[in-house]
Design a binder for this molecule. Structure first.
Ligand code: UP5
Ligand code: MG
Length: 195
């Protein structure tokens, strides 16, 4: 597919901010395809015969960013499958979270329309992740991994948000409220941006 066939909105925010939850709601009300980079990596990690399984497993447990070529290839592939079926509007959730990913994706695939950024205090995210960790089975929903994910978010991923903010592409949404209240903010925030 080419850049003019697709449109992409990046959905960013700290671990447990509610990106996945809000994307699910957006998909129900708009013509979006939701692609979570983390979900794509977890699927690849579990895919039989994947040459990256062990590497992905280690990076996710340590809260580190998997080398960009792996994640971008997974996203590109998922987008391509959808384009074949006539779906072209994507919410790309949890990506890009390192500068190299941001620049390469926008240069080689498509520039994002805008960035939805979920602002959330760390103590709120921590509470949500520990609660989810009781049942999620995610290898990174434990206190040790969560601390590492927060660290990576501040050191590596916030510079990406700042980069897009300087380009005036960031729409900030406060998400320390009940899911439906946050979703109201999301609708308000994107109303001006999409038809
Ligand atoms: N919840 C949600 N909203 C709530 C609300 N308003 N009030 C109360 N509770 C709320 O939500 C988290 C939990 O909070 C849920 O239990 C939910 O019910 C509740 P969720 O919507 O899942 O939040 P989300 O922001 O999606 O949290 P997630 O844990 O998925 O965020 P991460 O960004 O940490 O995880 P992701 O899957 O994106 O990435 C995992 C790892 O993959 C990364 O750490 C990294 O190692 C790797 N990765 C890469 O290497 N490269 C990439 O490009 C992407 C990921
Ligand atoms: Mg998520």
């Amino acid at each position: 597919f080419s850049a003019d066939e697709v449109s992409v909105v990046f959905v960013l925010g700290g671990p447990g901010a509610g990106k996945g939850t809000q994307c699910d709601k957006l998909v129900k009300n708009h013509q979006f395809v939701h692609l979570s980079a983390g979900d794509l990596l977890r699927a690849e990690q579990n895919r039989e015969g994947s040459q990256y399984g062990e590497l992905i497993k280690k990076y996710i447990k340590d809260g580190l960013i998997v080398p960009q070529e792996i994640t971008i290839a997974l996203l590109k592939n998922a987008m391509s499958e959808n384009v074949k079926e006539g779906r072209s509007k994507f919410l790309v959730d949890g990506f890009p979270r390192k500068m190299d990913q941001a620049v390469i994706f926008e240069e080689e695939i498509v520039p994002s329309k805008f960035v939805l950024f979920f602002e959330c205090p760390e103590d709120v995210m921590l509470r949500r992740l520990l609660e989810r960790g009781k049942t999620s089975g995610r290898s990174d929903d434990n206190i040790e991994s969560i601390r590492k994910r927060f660290r990576t978010f501040v050191d590596t991923s916030m510079p990406v948000v700042d980069y897009f903010d300087k380009m005036d592409k960031v729409v900030k949404v406060s998400c320390d409220e009940p899911v439906d209240v946050v979703y109201g903010h999301v609708e308000d925030a994107i109303k001006a941006k999409i038809d």
